[in-house]
Design a protein around this ligand. Structure first.
Ligand code: DMJ
Length: 553
């Protein structure tokens, strides 16, 4: 085990602070030196350096590809609780059947109007391409695979599999979002493999994983946000503070990359994400919080913005899930998770005047009293981690999960459409209501029903099924159209104004979580499966399996 400076600092905080300051000084000096050297170079020399760097990336890629051409055999372990588990209660069964019908409606329309393209425009009845996937195609197909499997939509699963076999092509000249491609494509393929045992999914997942490796070619090993998967050249979002990479992006590769190492027999993927953790552990955290921006060249934080919603969210989720997925052996992840949550509670979590608990955003010490729809996933996360909380805190975290679920429910209930806005505020006399026009939209996001799913599983309080059903009715009343399901531009209006996109995560996540809420608990039991941030299924890597791996090596 790597013993991080953060752990050592517990013993002597003054020495640790001095160490950290020294490290920061050293890093600054190095960055300055490098900048000076670059400035002193002639344009031809800079050009030559770029070419050399390009060549190095290309060579690395060739070497990587050769290693992965033949995958080692792995024993396929039949999935636990992957289908069936119909509830005994007829009324609940009927609700579950309704959700499956919704999946059919979403899938059939995608198939009819946008087959093979990334997403569906349900009003225009044509394909929708998001720049997130470059020219990689078929996002909805790959994202939907595991939902089709658990809902026993066998013909649809087979047609999706054939499409993957024949058409899913990563040899394209495309600049992609490393994070989005990882959570949707790598996650979707891994999940489909673990459910079906079909080799094609393992092969494609590893092939794509290899394509993503050049993103880690940065001085710190913190990956770029964007990568051209043909040239291997990466960069960051132009809008990100000081050329930084984003916490929720580079912090949401861990689970998939551990499985890529497991299924390819090659430790390279695991090494890349473990290095991210080392970098994070070596950095001083302001008030114990993780800023959303980290510069991959200097290895230093960018702006001090902290959020449990967009730009931060799934980093915290993956700390907890790394602990759970390791069969509770990854103690470092556990410590990082609970330390982070403690800091979040102290500095970001607040109660409104009528008693609604919310998670604000932290900007250099000042709070913005706004909570995003994305942040609503945290209710489920707090509850999922409650069992392993430090002594005496289990009830507290379950309660915190329940309070966040209640607040997010209110954000839905206080709209006309009964679907929640993108962000809601707790200032200027409002509570859990969007006040800015550009925050009033709903794009079929899953986070609120995701939290209901965990709360239902962990408490069996019937209100979670009730709230989930209200969401189903609202989706049917306002988002369902002839050509599929559409997002809405303003959930406070009486009349629907459609955004004309059926997001792939609606099939991957929203409908899956709803289906699980109306199924028995032993469908995808939480003791055996971890959901990635796109609700794709990854089995717990049991200690037993790890021993086998070590022996094999
Ligand atoms: C999904 O792609 C994932 O849930 C991600 O973590 C956040 N954004 C969308 C859904 O809202």
């Amino acid at each position: 085990f790597h013993s991080s400076p953060a752990l050592q600092s517990a013993a002597d905080p003054a020495a640790a602070l001095e160490d950290n300051l020294a490290r920061i000084r050293e890093n600054h000096e190095r960055a300055l030196r490098e900048a000076k050297e670059t400035l002193q170079k002639l344009p031809e020399e800079i050009q030559r350096d770029i070419l050399l760097e390009k060549e190095k990336v290309a060579q690395d890629q060739l070497r990587d590809k050769a290693v992965f051409r033949r995958l080692p055999p792995v024993d396929f372990v039949p999935p636990i609780g992957a289908v069936g588990r119909e509830p005994a209660d007829a009324a609940i069964r009927e609700k579950r059947a309704k959700i499956k019908e919704m999946m059919k409606h979403a899938w059939n329309n995608y198939k009819r109007y946008a087959w093979g393209l990334n997403e569906l425009k349900p009003i225009s009845k044509e394909g929708h391409s998001s720049s997130l996937f470059g020219s990689i195609k078929g996002a909805t197909i790959v994202d939907a695979l595991d939902t089709l499997f658990i809902m026993e939509m066998k013909d649809e699963f087979e047609e999706a599999k054939s499409w993957v076999e024949e058409n899913l092509d990563f040899n394209v000249n495309a600049e992609v979002s490393v994070f989005e491609v990882n959570i949707r494509f790598v996650g979707g393929l891994l999940s489909a493999y673990y459910l079906s045992g079909e080799e094609i999914f393992r092969k494609k997942a590893v092939e794509l994983g290899v394509k993503l490796l050049p993103a880690f070619h940065t001085p710190s090993g913190i990956p770029w946000a964007l990568l051209n998967i043909k040239s291997g050249i990466g960069r960051n979002w132009p809008w990100a503070s000081g050329g930084s990479s984003i916490l929720a992006e580079f912090g949401t590769l861990h689970l998939e990359f551990l499985h890529l190492s497991h299924l390819s027999g090659n430790p390279i993927f695991a090494e890349k994400v473990m290095n991210i953790r080392t970098v994070l552990n070596n950095l001083e955290k302001p008030q114990g919080l993780y800023p959303n921006y980290l510069n991959p060249s200097s290895g230093q934080w960018g702006q001090y913005h902290v959020s449990v919603g967009g730009l931060g969210d799934s980093f915290y989720e993956y700390l907890l899930k790394a602990w759970l997925m390791s069969d509770k052996t990854d103690l470092e992840a556990k410590k990082m998770y609970f330390d982070a949550v403690q800091a979040i509670e102290t500095h970001l979590i607040r109660k409104s005047s009528t008693g609604l608990t919310y998670i604000a955003e932290w900007k250099g010490g000042l709070l913005e009293h706004k909570m995003g729809h994305l942040t609503c996933f945290a209710g489920g996360m707090f509850a999922l981690g409650a069992d392993d909380a430090p002594a005496g805190l289990t009830q507290h975290y379950l309660q915190l999960g329940a309070e966040i679920a209640r607040t997010c429910y209110e954000s839905y209930n206080r709209t006309y459409m009964k679907l929640g806005p993108e962000a809601f505020r707790f200032d200027g006399g409002v509570e859990a209501i969007a006040t800015r026009q550009n925050e009033k939209y709903y794009i079929l996001r899953p986070e609120v029903v995701e939290t209901y799913m965990y709360m239902w599983r962990l408490t069996h309080d019937p209100k979670y099924r009730k709230w989930a059903w209200e969401a189903v009715e609202a989706l049917e009343n306002h988002c369902r159209v002839n050509g599929g399901y559409s997002g809405l531009r303003d959930v406070y209006q009486r009349h629907e104004s459609y955004d004309d996109v059926q997001q792939s995560f609606f099939l991957a996540e929203t409908l899956k979580y709803l289906y699980l809420i109306f199924s028995d608990d032993d469908l995808l039991p939480l003791e055996h499966w971890v959901f990635n941030t796109e609700a794709h299924l990854l089995p717990i890597l049991s200690t037993n399996k790890k021993e086998v791996e070590v022996n094999e090596k």
